[in-house]
Design a protein around this ligand. Structure first.
Ligand SMILES: Cc1cc2nc3c(=O)[nH]c(=O)nc-3n(C[C@H](O)[C@H](O)[C@H](O)COP(=O)(O)O)c2cc1C
Length: 404
């Protein structure tokens, strides 16, 4: 229970000077744009085709307004919530992001450890450059997100590895049957693996803090990063002139694969990337324990609906499942709007990636503390002391008139 929204601020260790001007999650983006080589910044910031879903993810939040209640006594507020038998300190966590260790030194470890220290959920991406086993040893409550390999034997081998690593919560991402049309990546010279070129070398040289503090530090201490967790075995290196990344074909994957996973996987099973209420029902009927309503941060099908707009219908369709949401969450107010429409919690992607990139563990911790303080402050002004009080009655369409 927190009694005052300044409590976590005063208790925090002094901030590194670079972070003193970072007052909101969006402030990290400005720093990251300067810090990161252009192809890497473009990979993180970019979406797909005309960025329609990316923009919609933000406007959906803007289309909802609060109806705050007053004089209810909000001195004692608790932004904590429970999921899968564990209590978390605030209703948000870290979304899975591939190759986080290329933008931030040991990025996956940094994010998972910062989240664990802050009492927040964190999901490690399967398209990552640090071995899952190392992240689980450092932050044992981390969830693991898998992209399904192409055939059942590979899926089974990966599941066995994930279970052996001690993962309790497995997230299966289902919105990537084929690679998205990321024109921005092509324009910015980003690919996986990265292809050595004069342009890429110049990007490194002209971003010396990233080159020395992230890339060369990684090479010297840990060797060339490889995709470590797409399969039960190691995958392609992140930098290579000739190696092709083995994107096994996922277009044939279908609901029976989820059922097969459910039969083999003993832990919690979360399906990420649901937007249709019918798919929410199917996911539940095939064994999902929870869902993440997501359009992948606008990075897959351009024009896919903003998750916030379909959230109420999905919550109604599967009232027995915890429903979570990501895509476009940037403020404490966004977190509370999603909760008001029925989300158990939300996940945040890009801002946490930028925070770890520009300032490592201190950056990630600062980003998480900022968002938690916003939630706590906004709860007071909304007139609630516990998250269960954040209901549909707290919000309304922003532009509808009363009394006409
Ligand atoms: C750089 C980057 C890499 C991502 N990699 C993955 C991934 O490996 N697996 C996955 O399920 N989602 C991935 N996502 C999507 C995020 O998990 C999440 O759905 C999205 O970032 C949320 O939107 P936001 O960035 O607006 O918060 C990635 C997103 C970004 C920005």
């Amino acid at each position: 229970m927190t009694t005052d929204s300044t409590a976590s601020r005063t208790a925090a260790v002094p901030l590194p000077s670079r972070l003193r001007q970072v007052l909101s999650l969006d402030d990290f983006e400005r720093l990251a744009k300067r810090h990161l080589p252009r192809p890497i910044h473009a990979y993180i910031s970019g979406a797909v085709e005309d960025n329609a879903s990316l923009a919609e993810n933000r406007s959906a939040f803007a289309d909802l307004a609060f109806v705050p209640r007053t004089l209810v006594g909000v001195a004692q507020r608790d932004p904590g919530f429970e999921l899968f038998g564990r209590r978390y300190s605030a209703p948000f966590g870290v979304a899975p992001m591939g190759i986080a260790a290329l933008s931030a030194y040991r990025g996956d470890l940094v994010l998972a450890q910062a989240a664990q220290q802050a009492g927040l959920p964190a999901i490690m991406s399967g398209s990552s450059l640090i071995r899952l086993e190392d992240v689980m040893a450092a932050a044992p409550h981390t969830w693991f997100q898998a992209y399904l390999p192409g055939d059942q034997a590979q899926i089974d081998a990966l599941l066995d590895r994930v279970a052996a690593a001690g993962v309790q919560t497995l997230v299966i991402t289902v919105d990537t049957p084929v690679s998205a049309n990321r024109e921005n990546n092509v324009r910015a010279g980003f690919s996986t693996p990265l292809r050595p070129s004069l342009g890429l070398a110049w990007q490194g040289i002209s971003h010396p803090r990233w080159l020395l503090g992230t890339f060369l530090r990684t090479l010297l201490r840990h060797g060339m990063p490889h995709f470590e967790n797409n399969y039960a075995h190691r995958g392609a290196p992140i930098l290579s002139a000739s190696v092709m990344r083995d994107f096994s074909d996922r277009s044939h994957l279908a609901w029976p694969h989820l059922r097969a996973i459910r039969q083999r996987w003993q832990g919690q099973l979360v399906v990420k990337g649901i937007l249709a209420a019918q798919d929410a029902v199917l996911a539940r009927d095939h064994g999902a324990d929870a869902l993440i309503v997501s359009n992948h941060g606008g990075r897959q099908l351009d024009g896919a609906v903003a998750p916030l707009r379909v959230l109420p219908g999905i919550v109604r369709a599967v009232p027995d499942l915890p429903v979570m949401l990501d895509s476009g969450v940037r403020r404490g107010t966004d977190v509370l709007k999603a909760l008001a429409l029925g989300a158990r919690c939300v996940f945040v992607g890009r801002p946490f990636n930028y925070a770890a990139s520009v300032a490592g563990p201190a950056g990630a911790a600062h980003a998480m503390a900022l968002l938690r303080e916003e939630v706590l402050r906004d709860m007071a002004m909304l007139g609630v002391t516990r998250l269960e009080q954040v209901t549909a009655a707290c919000v309304r369409p922003a532009r509808a008139w009363d009394g006409f």
